[in-house]
Write a protein that binds this ligand. Structure first.
Ligand code: FES
Ligand SMILES: [Fe+2]
Length: 400
């Protein structure tokens, strides 16, 4: 056993930074809300990588600032008070902040206080794309601000035979949900593109109803089974399972148990890839011509916000109507729920073993050959992250 432990320790050393990333990575674009969840005049609070963020939409656009009053630290979004178009006031003692700059513009009952004009809350860049509001979470005034495209899956060439929709495509429509999962974000990522967990999905409605021959397992047979993006410092950083490259052994039979996949059909172009800061792309899923994306946004050390969206390209009103119908009656119940409910269940089960600070899982797990892509991901994050978030248990909102 000493040999296996030594091997494990050597591998672990190559992804030590990842093991410290319980609270996620900082200086990345993360999805915060769907656009339809924040109408003009709405204020909502979200927590990303432990940072409380208030989002407010006015006629001028969406603004994001730290959702923690400088005065006594309360969460402002729980009782939003706005007395002018471009400010928000804390509901407790009236500290009033400029939405765009975060500057303390006045204190309602103490307008001459020397703090006025001399303090500010951090603000966060916003970008709206494909029905989603993204917020850049990280260091104050991080520069240069990366393009949102760098934190999305790669956009494959237009002439790629099995190309499925990307969030930057023209006329792309994004339909989906987000919900909170009770596990660390890394367990969610590692479940999302784990090529070894096909057996869990064997009885899924989306598989059975389409008569798919989902392999029992996908085992990489050479380093070329995995393509790594972004090592040169340009564009998204990620890792792709090249299932159709001939460098994966697709296991269709387990002799010992005499098990086969149920179905016989295949999904052409089905492939998974994962990008920093934790966004999954499943091409041609849940059927040929659609793409499923998932984000696993760290909330705190033990929870993630699980985003599941399906992308379709709709060039006409009729196509849009059909896609929405298909989404609502088919993919929402059988893909985003039935199939992905099992994924959420698996992550929450793993959480007990890995339970972040003090959990034994990171030391005691016994990974095997089919987990090569998972250790590849851990090493990639360790080499290329823009910053590891430190635990955010009630830090001061004061800018340093
Ligand atoms: S806590 Fe916000 S003004 Fe006092
Ligand atoms: Fe899964």
């Amino acid at each position: 056993m000493a040999t296996s432990n030594a091997r494990h320790d050597a591998a672990r050393r190559q992804y030590e930074p990842y093991l410290k990333a319980s609270w996620g990575m900082k200086n990345y674009w993360y999805p915060a809300l769907f656009i339809h969840e924040l109408a003009v005049g709405d204020t909502k609070g979200v927590t990303i990588a432990g940072v409380p963020i208030l989002l407010r939409r006015t006629a001028a656009g969406v603004f994001a600032l730290r959702d923690q009053c400088l005065h006594r630290g309360v969460t402002m979004s729980v009782r939003p008070k706005c007395f002018s178009e471009d400010t928000i006031s804390c509901w407790y003692h009236g500290f009033t902040y400029d939405l765009a700059s975060g500057a303390l513009k006045t204190i309602i009952g103490a307008p001459n206080d020397p703090l006025v004009g001399n303090a500010r809350l951090q603000t966060y860049p916003i970008c709206e794309l494909a029905g989603i509001i993204f917020v850049f979470v990280g260091d104050d005034n991080y520069a240069p601000l990366p393009d949102l495209a760098d934190d999305l899956p790669v956009r494959l060439p237009d002439d790629y035979e099995f190309r499925s929709p990307h969030p930057m495509d023209e006329n792309v429509v994004v339909l989906g949900i987000h919900r909170t999962g009770n596990s660390n974000w890394r367990l969610a990522v590692e479940n999302g593109f784990d090529p070894g967990h096909q057996i869990m999905h064997r009885d899924a409605q989306v598989i059975l109803s389409q008569n798919l021959a989902f392999p029992l397992g996908l085992n990489p047979t050479s380093p070329e089974a995995i393509t790594v993006y972004g090592e040169d410092g340009a564009g998204p950083v990620g890792i792709m399972n090249e299932w159709h490259s001939g460098h994966y052994d697709l296991v269709m039979h387990n002799e010992e148990l005499d098990l086969h996949p149920f179905g016989t059909g295949s999904v052409l172009g089905l492939r998974t890839s994962m990008y920093l800061p934790g966004v999954l792309m499943v091409e041609n899923w849940p059927r040929r011509g659609l793409t499923q994306l998932e984000w696993y946004v760290p909330v705190d050390g033990n929870r993630h916000e699980y985003w599941e969206v399906i992308l379709g390209v709709c060039n006409t009103e009729a196509e849009l109507k059909k896609f929405k119908y298909e989404y609502e009656h088919l993919w929402l119940p059988i893909a985003l729920h039935d199939f992905n409910d099992d994924d959420l269940f698996a992550r929450e089960q793993m959480e007990r073993f890995y339970s972040v600070d003090g959990g034994v899982g990171w030391d005691d797990e016994q990974l095997c050959g089919m987990d090569a892509v998972i250790t590849g991901w851990r090493k990639l994050v360790s080499r290329h992250n823009r910053g590891i978030q430190t635990p955010q248990t009630h830090p001061s909102p004061r800018l340093r």
